[in-house]
Design a protein around this ligand. Structure first.
Ligand code: ATP
Length: 512
């Protein structure tokens, strides 16, 4: 199976077994919006729980909050999202593909730069040691011609950007003869400004001032509550605030299943520290987060760091943790050193003093901040795509198994009476009573035992417990382990401790 095919099969499997459904499917779905089914919600909750416990239980100086999706609109002015979370859109009418107009123009300028650089390299070869690059750039006729073209387009582009002149964007694209790489035509629509934030009205007057946004990230809910948490929790720097919650982005190009959604969930932690110590914390959180990922046992080689060379204006260091998805290594989590950008801007815009008084040095400062930010849904996709396996089980038969790390598997144990008579279902119910307070379980008495095992494999249940005629005599059952498929006869009274050893989340936490 190619990776592409595997991905399609996985999407179908997620639907068939109640993990993930396209939203509003009875109305033919809603693009880039997905719902979690009965299995998906358990998996997702387990992932969230593992992250939450790793943050708030294992670190005395990290506390959690749960802020709202709606925030005062000024929040998004301070964070820069109102001004900068925009993309200018353009469509090609022939290919029906959508592009960012600014990227088309920047690519064009990049090509002119490339031409000039090539000319410089030619000159360097020709003149050797005596080559004076600055002079060459000032005098070479080919470079001067290209430079004039570059400057003209660049100046128009900068002016258009400053004036937010979308008509001019299109005119530049037409004047430069920029064509769609797919259709090869310049049959473009008008350019439209596109802010990735969803907005709505808070009251029903319809006035523009009533406009509020659905948060495009959860982080700002932490920043605007910094003072509340620091004061009421008597938190001392360094400390962190963690949050899990929904975020909304009107993504222009939304593909790849739950990798890029318009409504998704984030797990973010903002770690506040003294200015000057942020690089130390950045390094520590990089290591810490990689450890969290690797503890799940999904293969160390499936993760890598991708350090950013081009930094956002507010960041002084940034890296992504990338995971090997079926469509290649892609961002799973972002770790950013955000300086005092967010708190500093909220301080300016709100007029409130957002500072920390350091009792040791007797000085006040706006804390610096290191952020770790991971998408829950991307994490679900990482787990599912890594876990899905088709295995030969002899006699030319195969089984589909989700080898989900046991502590985050949706169902921990299945209880299966061998037959539906002779008192076996009743004893199986007693087994259920034995395990139900500690573990998620399923009771299944339909179909042959082999088919029931397959159903549990397909949802990733680590243990199946079978109640048979011997069980009636000696109170023992067969316990089958998902990955090795080995079966063992054990007393019912020992079931809880056997299952617990493998599925208890504290086993993962202890590795961190
Ligand atoms: P990308 O470059 O893939 O668009 P980003 O750099 O915009 O991601 P951040 O703003 O750093 O992402 O958000 C932090 C995390 O939130 C990402 O690492 C990702 O796991 C998750 N995330 C961001 N956008 C989406 C989305 N549209 N759907 C699902 N998860 C998302």
């Amino acid at each position: 199976m190619t990776q592409d095919e595997l991905f399609k099969v996985l999407v179908a499997h997620c639907k068939e077994y109640g993990f993930i459904f396209p939203s509003s499917e009875i109305y033919d779905g809603l693009s880039a919006v997905y719902d979690y089914g009965q299995m998906g919600v358990e998996l997702k909750n387990n992932i969230k729980s593992y992250w939450w416990q790793a943050m708030t239980r294992l670190n005395e100086n990290i506390v959690g909050i749960d802020s709202c999706v709606f925030m005062h609109p000024k929040t998004w002015v301070a964070s820069g999202h109102v001004a900068a979370f925009n993309d200018p859109l353009i469509d090609n009418k022939d290919s029906k593909k959508r592009y960012r107009a600014d990227v088309l123009i920047e690519d064009y300028l990049g090509k002119i730069e490339e031409k000039m650089n090539k000319e410089v390299e030619k000159g360097r070869k020709r003149f050797g040691e005596a080559f004076d690059e600055a002079k060459f750039r000032e005098t070479n006729p080919n470079i001067l011609r290209e430079k004039a073209k570059y400057d003209e387009v660049h100046n128009r582009y900068v002016a258009a950007e400053e004036a937010n002149d979308l008509k001019e964007y299109k005119q530049i694209i037409l004047d430069c003869g920029i064509v769609d790489p797919i259709s090869g035509t310049a049959n473009w629509t008008d350019v439209r400004q596109f802010n990735l934030m969803f907005s709505t009205q808070i009251s029903n007057t319809g006035a523009d001032d009533d406009k509020i946004y659905l948060r495009p990230e959860t982080a700002q809910g932490i920043f605007i509550n910094y003072l509340n948490v620091q004061k009421t929790g008597r938190m001392k720097i360094p400390f962190g605030i963690a949050q899990i919650g929904k975020a909304f982005r009107n993504e222009i190009v939304a593909r790849q299943f739950i990798f890029r959604m318009r409504e998704f969930e984030q797990m973010e932690m903002e770690f506040f520290c003294k200015p000057g110590t942020e690089m130390e914390w950045f390094a520590k959180w990089k290591e810490n987060r990689m450890k969290w990922h690797r503890s799940l046992g999904m293969g160390d080689d499936n993760y890598r760091f991708h350090d950013h060379e081009k930094l956002a204006h507010y960041a002084n260091a940034a890296t992504d943790i990338e995971f090997h998805f079926p469509f290649g290594f892609k961002e799973l989590e972002g770790i950013h050193s955000r300086t005092d950008f967010d708190l500093g801007n909220h301080q300016k815009l709100s007029g409130r003093k957002i500072q920390y008084f350091d009792p040791e040095t007797n000085e006040s400062y706006v804390p610096y901040c290191v952020e770790t930010s991971i998408g829950v849904d991307r994490m679900v996709l990482a787990v599912l795509s890594h876990s899905y396996k088709v295995e030969e089980v002899g006699n030319g038969e195969t089984r589909v198994v989700l080898a989900i790390p046991a502590p985050i598997a949706p169902v921990k144990v299945a209880v299966l009476p061998l037959v539906r008579k002779d008192g076996l279902p009743e004893l199986a119910q007693k087994v259920v009573d034995e395990v139900k307070f500690d573990f998620t379980y399923q009771y299944d008495e339909k179909d042959a035992i082999g088919r029931r095992y397959r159903r549990q494999d397909a949802i990733g249940t680590p243990f199946c417990v079978t109640v048979d005629y011997d069980s009636l005599k000696d109170n023992t059952v067969t316990i089958r382990e998902r990955d090795s498929m080995t079966q063992e006869r054990v007393p019912i009274s020992e079931l809880r401790s056997i299952i617990d050893k493998k599925v208890n989340m504290s086993n993962l936490l202890r590795q961190l």
